[in-house]
Design a binder for this molecule. Sequence first.
Ligand SMILES: NC(=O)c1ccc[n+]([C@@H]2O[C@H](COP(=O)([O-])OP(=O)(O)OC[C@H]3O[C@@H](n4cnc5c(N)ncnc54)[C@H](O)[C@@H]3O)[C@@H](O)[C@H]2O)c1
Length: 341
Amino acid sequence: MSVGFAVVGLGNWGLMHLAALRSHPGVEVVAVCDADGDRAKRTAKEHGIAKAYDRIEDLLSDPDVEAVSVVTPDFAHTDVALAVIESGRHMLIEKPLATTLADCERIIAAAEKSDRRFMVDFHNRWSPIFVRAKEAIDDGRMGDPQMAYLRLNDQISVPTEMLPWAGRSTVTWFVGTHAVDTVRWLFGREVRRVYAVKRSRVLKSRGIDTPDFFQSTLELDGGGVAVVENCWILPNSTPNLIDLKCEVIGTEGAVYIDASHHRALERYTSQPEGGEYPDLFVCPKVHGQIKGFALESIRHFANCVVEGREPMVTLSDGLEVTRVILAIHESAETGRAVDLA
Ligand SMILES: NC(=O)c1ccc[n+]([C@@H]2O[C@H](COP(=O)([O-])OP(=O)(O)OC[C@H]3O[C@@H](n4cnc5c(N)ncnc54)[C@H](O)[C@@H]3O)[C@@H](O)[C@H]2O)c1
């Protein structure tokens, strides 16, 4: 018997959830849902899925739906998440869990009354590159991690062309959440103090009211310090949609990661855009099928539902990351350090 899954929010990333779930042998995607009803119907037809809904209430009154992936925009997670949990379904939710602490706490309180499985999709924990780094830290070869640098930046096409709702989010909600979770996970420690600066110029001049970048210093429990950079204004001519670099220096060793410009494949054509370094790890297509670690985190959640196991990432991880992102925003706004309780 397969588990009946549904995906809510069928934009860029909802299609990734569909691909991961449809290729899982223990899962049947029984329904999809999008506030844009035409998009829901079109997606269901293209993927041979029986049912399409445009209201979450209708989706959740369908008895075939046992588990739900929530892939709505950053600012539209809470109501959907609460409805899914309170209806007794398992739930995988995209980052951020929610954009206020009160909303995260409401979601967690609802989940505590349920015996279902819940996870936030912090997928760097499935990246083979970061997993190797984490192993080197955990087995003691690097001593105690002391300092880290993590840069996760996007081309300007992300806020200007890809996300119609960029002005209702920030680069920190969109990719800073991955960066902060990765730092917490690599160090195995929580962030206790935050100093951040931001600037708003390029995107504002294009009519998108969101900062261009944040630069944040995070002090962790136990003395570690991480510098995190996130920007949404990389030129579109850069060879990869994202720029992801990381280094961690410990008392007895160091790891250096280049997850985006490692040049495992460089492609040059006569097209005007010039050279590119195509994605080989996150979600590359291989013989027409999407592969990569971004699908592995979704499959991990499906495995946990099928096998009755607890997922590797919890809703509390989502709360902690939201706490840090809010502190980054506050520090960047006030110019002062923010202590986290
Ligand atoms: N894990 C990752 O690396 C990754 C990558 C991209 C996006 N995301 C996350 O996925 C989420 C969606 O991002 P996206 O790029 O797919 O956005 P998108 O704009 O491409 O798609 C969002 C979809 O949700 C629908 N929608 C909006 N409100 C809804 C509601 N209340 N009920 C049902 N449908 C609703 C919209 O009509 C749209 O089709 C965001 O939280 C984003 O941060 C994660």
